[in-house]
Design a protein around this ligand. Structure first.
Ligand code: GDP
Ligand code: MG
Length: 442
């Protein structure tokens, strides 16, 4: 996602970065390109104009001209304004002072409400809440079954009353059921239509009045671009939504909706959905997305992801080793294990600033088979060899290849990758270590 926008913005700003002094013409030329990049990404025309005007005004200002790195300053301004455009800091969810917290999910048919309801339930459970899903879509065939199947899959209870009851009553009864079950969050999955219509809005607004939800979250499909923004505007006018969840950001969206929704509706994007698989939703962090678009990497996102999936003590131990010289093949193997838990390596690499420029990493494919081979190769080495791979001469490499049932070439590959990783970690180690507060990181 955002690849097109990202590369054209970086190109436009890259020209400024290398200049020692900026003329007003330099800034004007860059702003023209920024404008085109945003329009091509399907950002709302008015929003683009305001955005570019603000950046231009700041970029030709005194402070920038006087600074030692005016080009970098402009990049910083674009980063700040992009962040601001998307809402500044991450928005939080309103929780009821007295449980249960009620969250209504609304949106057009096919936007991803039911899928998102399940993902949201998982997010709440991750933070030690006890969610209940309520099936209040009585129109779409099999909508109730769909929610029940998802609920079963993630082991979260689903309340339903069939299809012949008023959805408003289902929502009310769902809240009563939550109290009975001791659930502290109620997520109501509502019906959608192909287009916004009065009947849909009327039902939703009756439900809103009856259950006074703490959050009314509009689920919109990011792939629909400016249509998504229009939908958000209309829903906001009629229901006063409290936030937006942008789904299908995994698809090849140009990014326009993500950059425009907040500016047009004033409503914050609270979460993003990134796939059909039921996983917790990602909290929407405007600053991180801005960094990603501008190619500054998403180090914080990576660290957050690592903290969720990796044993923290083990990870800190590992990082200490990475920062020191004692990174061994045993650590390399353990690292593979941890990285595997994080997800596809190519996605992780995208989050590391500059890592996309490293050669050789595109072939690092961590499927199970490959991991087993690496594991076998390292296991066939002696303790001494694992501690200090520099002793691995030709005959030792042959022995290990025979012992693990692979070719010498594969042994060489693993040793090369180990060395590359060690070098790379040395380079990134400082920054990562500092972020994690590790001693010894400079
Ligand atoms: P609803 O009609 O709003 O309840 O939408 P559904 O939850 O039934 O989703 C419609 C389709 O979109 C389903 O095929 C989902 O699997 C798919 N979907 C939902 N969220 C995402 C997402 O974030 N990414 C992708 N790629 N597909 C999604
Ligand atoms: Mg649905």
């Amino acid at each position: 996602m955002f690849e097109g926008l990202s590369s054209s913005l970086q190109k436009a700003l890259g020209k400024l970065r290398s200049k020692g002094k900026l003329t007003e013409e330099d800034v004007q030329a860059a702003m023209r390109e920024v404008r085109l990049a945003l329009l091509a990404a399907d950002v709302n025309v008015k929003v683009v104009k305001q955005f570019v005007d603000r950046v231009r005004e700041r970029a030709v200002g005194q402070d920038v001209q006087k600074s030692l790195t005016p080009g970098q300053q402009v990049v910083k301004i674009v980063h700040e304004e992009l962040t601001e455009l998307m809402g500044g800091s991450a928005a939080r969810l309103n929780m009821a002072p007295k449980p249960p917290t009620v969250v209504m999910l609304v949106g057009l048919q096919g936007a991803g409400k039911t899928t998102t309801a399940a993902k949201l339930a998982l997010s709440f459970r991750k933070h030690d809440h006890r969610p209940l899903l309520v099936a209040a879509d009585v129109y779409r065939p099999a909508a109730i079954t769909q929610l029940q199947v998802l609920g079963k899959q993630i082991d979260i209870p689903v309340f339903e009353m069939g299809t012949s009851v008023d959805p408003v009553r289902i929502a009310q009864q769902g809240i009563a059921e939550a109290t009975r079950l001791g659930a502290d969050v109620v997520i109501v999955d509502t019906a959608g239509r192909l287009h916004i219509d009065e009947q849909l809005m009327d039902e939703l607004s009756r439900m809103q009045q009856a259950v006074t939800p703490n959050e009314v979250l509009l689920v919109v499909d990011a792939m629909t671009g400016q249509d998504a923004v229009h939908v958000a505007e209309t829903f906001h006018e009629q229901l006063s939504i409290t936030g937006v969840i942008l789904t299908k950001l995994d698809g090849d969206t140009r990014g326009g909706a993500a950059l425009t929704v907040r500016a047009v509706t004033g409503c914050p994007i609270k979460f993003t959905g990134m796939g059909e698989k039921i996983e917790p939703l990602e909290v929407f962090h405007p600053d991180r997305l801005a960094s990603r678009i501008l190619g500054m990497g998403d180090v914080l996102g990576l660290i957050e992801k690592a903290q969720e999936t990796v044993d923290m003590e083990q990870a800190q131990e590992m990082q200490k080793k990475l920062l020191s010289a004692q990174f061994t093949l045993d650590d390399f193997r353990a690292m593979f294990q941890q990285v595997r838990n994080l997800g596809p390596l190519d996605q992780i690499m995208k989050m590391i600033p500059g890592a996309n420029k490293l050669k050789g990493l595109e072939n690092v494919n961590l499927d199970d088979k490959r991991f087993q081979r690496i594991d076998a190769i390292i296991s066939s080495m002696t303790k001494e060899e694992r501690q200090d791979p520099s002793v691995m001469n030709a005959s030792r490499r042959r022995r290990v290849a025979n012992g693990s049932g692979v070719t010498v070439r594969e042994v060489n590959q693993v040793l090369n990758q180990f060395e590359q990783t060690r070098q790379m970690m040395k380079r990134f180690g400082g920054g990562f270590g500092k972020k994690l507060g590790l001693r010894g990181a400079q």
